[in-house]
Write a protein that binds this ligand. Sequence first.
Ligand code: NAD
Length: 294
Amino acid sequence: MKLGFIGIGYMGRHMARNLAKGGHQLTVFDIRQEAAEELLSMGSSWADSPRAVAAASEVVFTSLPNPQDVEEVATGEWGILSGAAPGSVYFDLSTTDPDTVHRIAAAGRTKEVTVLDAPVSGGTIGAEEATLCIMVGGERAAYESYKPVLDLIGDKVMYCGELGSGAVCKIVNNLIGMSLRVLLPEAFTLGIRAGVDAKTLFEAVSMSSGDTRVMHTYPDGLFKGNFDPGFQVDLAAKDVGLATEMARNLRVPLVLSNLVQQHYIEAQNRGWGGLESSAIARLQEENAGVEIRA
Ligand code: NAD
């Protein structure tokens, strides 16, 4: 099948590679052309714009940082919808909000292009190993037709419901994950100050009710003071912001989540936006005068 892929970043490069390895003919674009080198060496083709990607593809995927990037790439002058043939399908794998998804899908309908939201979870390792969870919202028939293609990039592909449902599931998931990244350092600095080392705390919690996947990123990350990005603070801040904004629109009080958002804003103002999201722990380390290292 002829597939298009736009946004070859930390996630996109792995997902695109897995689609190509699945035997599909890939056309790719990114504002950083050098990001495509590996894919081009594997036989993928380069296109000069999202429009050109769409013109060459039956199905287009995007994996882009923010909702604004997605909307521009989808509906802009040189965007996907300006080049996509009637009957083609577009899956957005980025984390965006349901309103953006609905606007893009409405524009898609005028061109007879089916748009689905399909955000992913599982991090760069899940992307590399094709073990992502993919949360899909939109037309069920299109989901079912292209599920075998989605299966190439994730082993937990889920139909969430009508358009925007995938985005809602992803925002809920990330609000939990990003909040834990603020809470865990509070608990760990407390335990360390009280005299128990980080490794022992990790082992005890990992066998107890406080265990969480977020904590399992610590041995290779926070415990080593390694903040090389896979999932950047800027993207974490974006995701928490998507949740609090959605909650305001829906009049759902989110008392703790809005506090969590302030931590991410502060981390961005410290210049940590490009670091791995676990770098949020450094705020609590400073406040407590305790480092969480093992
Ligand atoms: P990234 O910043 O590494 O990659 C984004 C890519 O898009 C970059 O290569 C960038 O050059 C390109 N890009 C930006 N604007 C563009 C434009 N207008 N046209 C074409 N290309 C453009 O981000 P990422 O970490 O790969 O994340 C991508 C999406 O996936 C985000 O929405 C993020 O929230 C989500 N996500 C990330 C992770 C993770 O662990 N990194 C996990 C799950 C979901």
